[in-house]
Design a protein around this ligand. Sequence first.
Ligand code: SF4
Length: 235
Amino acid sequence: MALETARRIAAAAASSPPRAVLLSGFGEPLLHPDLPGIVRELRAPLAALIGVVTNGEGLSAARAEALIDAGIDFFHVSVPAATAATAGALAPGLDFAAAERNLTALLARAAGRIPVAVNFVVTAANRAEKAAVERTWRARGAWAVYAGPVHNRGGFLAPETPTAAAARGDCWVYEHCLFAAWDGRVLACCHDLAGAEDYGNLARDTLAAVRAHRQARLRYTLAGIMCRRCDFYLA
Ligand code: SF4
């Protein structure tokens, strides 16, 4: 995302600021060459909490401090497993040792200043390590450990458990969040890889126009196209 796009999104959202802005997506935000710059663009016009979701591999002391200086209010660090072997199977490109080191250091540095939570997506491959992940990171000072079941990511993954169509519509993401992609387009969520939902562009349109477009589309489709094949909350 260009800084100019972030500036425009912040300006569009300033009329009705969200409670929180989460820098995340189906990717790793720390790969952005100037994430603190994005935070600064959002910080000034938006009276919102700003957080980042990261796998922790690139969260060196210097980068963490740069983000805190820019105005980050909280960190969520995704931890795939308790052991290197399981992490290697689930996230083959991840430097698990570096991610663990960085998270441990961040917890020590942020203690009493910035909440740092751990995200743990429970799958068949790491279910046996859930208790160890919760125990380890709580003991090291994590503000919370969020352990939720894997879902099929808008239908892109094979579900691990049968879906229950009756429970659809429970997704808090769809209910409470607006997802802006790198170019400002507002999509269903970060799983909308092909832009199946497109409610307008916050770098170009007003927030009211985007919301009206989304509402009009929902009246027609009842739920986002992505959501009709997603089993969020059901795995
Ligand atoms: S239900 Fe829709 S908004 Fe929620 S995670 Fe699935 S695709 Fe995304």
